[in-house]
Design a binder for this molecule. Sequence first.
Ligand SMILES: CC(C)(COP(=O)(O)OP(=O)(O)OC[C@H]1O[C@@H](n2cnc3c(N)ncnc32)[C@H](O)[C@@H]1OP(=O)(O)O)[C@@H](O)C(=O)NCCC(=O)NCCS
Length: 156
Amino acid sequence: MEVTVRFASPRDLADVAKIFENSFSGGYRYWSLRLLRVLDVLVATVSDKVVGAAEIYTTNVEGYGDVGVIGFIAVKREYRRKGVGRKLVLEAERVFRAMGCRFSAASTREGNTASVRLFASLGYALYKRGDKVFEELEAPLYAYEDDVIMLKALSS
Ligand SMILES: CC(C)(COP(=O)(O)OP(=O)(O)OC[C@H]1O[C@@H](n2cnc3c(N)ncnc32)[C@H](O)[C@@H]1OP(=O)(O)O)[C@@H](O)C(=O)NCCC(=O)NCCS
């Protein structure tokens, strides 16, 4: 299975919305869809079909410099556990590096095993509510509904 990751074009956004709708509920669903036309979007395709997506942005945080943030990431159910999420994260990191970011970060619920393990497997450190790093990054990451922040230093 050949997976390609690229920036989304406007005509990909309906497919991305469908994947987010099927992957998230509550506030996560609302914000992932609400921000679709606001944030940059990476899509993963297989045979030109969109099978996964990540919404990304960068923000400057005191003490961290420019931080690349993976706001929402989701993969179509039947394509999960095939390395698509990993490819999306690695491409986001490449984009962040090219933009001069020193860190890549994401946040999730501690119980989201797939997300936590995906980021941990790529070298992200985990910080929980109460940790200094969590408190410093909670606002820039809009991690108010989350209880774990995942952070990786990007080598240039
Ligand atoms: C999180 C998510 C994007 C992962 O995408 P994916 O394409 O299935 O992930 P990958 O196949 O690249 O997995 C990479 C590694 O992550 C870990 N992982 C992924 N899914 C896992 C699961 N369900 N259980 C345990 N580990 C998992 C594994 O270490 C995996 O490597 P391996 O398959 O070689 O063991 C996907 O599960 C998803 O869309 N979830 C719903 C939306 C969501 O919760 N997004 C995150 C919060 S914004």
